[in-house]
Design a protein around this ligand. Sequence first.
Ligand code: MN3
Length: 237
Amino acid sequence: MNRRNFLISGSTALAGVLLTANPLRLYANADDAHEYKLPKLPYKYDALEPHIDKRTMEIHYSKHHQGYVNKLNAAIADYHDLSEMSIENLLRNIEKVPMKIRQAVINSGGGHANHTLFWNTMISDGTELSGKVAEALQTTFGSLKSAKEKFATTAKTHFGSGWAWLVVDDKKKLQIYATKNQDSPLMEGHTPLLGLDVWEHAYYLKYQNKRGDYVDAWNNVVNWKQVNLNYVEAMKA
Ligand code: MN3
């Protein structure tokens, strides 16, 4: 219930590409059974080949992401008021979550939200970086090239498990940074536009220890059209 999956078809320039008006709205509320659900993957497991392999996608989505959903549901099982919130609002209001389950919600709720965005900002062959977010990246980081380099370096040099992010912060400015584990930018009042999973489970089967190769390959499947839409929505909010 209350799932608000707004799918809009784009302009002719986006022929055939379905964009989600705001993937944050994919962060659906729990259903009547007060359970969050694994969102539908917007493409097949092999869609991102050769950059991200089918086996990694299958395990990452059906085991890892499902695992975060299951653990989140277990954590909030006795807190029906919390499960009436979207996962986005739950994380934005993390200080209101009882201490007893707060870290579980940070880990598993963060894992659920982060992966939901991750799937929706990738697409077979990628899309061109343009539009309002491109203008803002140029203004903030000097050029698109330097913005992309900063993101890649952030992803490659983050120590241990975590995520690299492009966000709109609470002052409506773009920021690029990394978080540890499954910590979500939503907890800082920031709106994530694009996230890259740098946990080893995201790349080890194909790339082993070569995280840099994975980050460079991922650049080929970024759905910048979706990131632009995320930016426009975040600036309106
Ligand atoms: Mn992951």
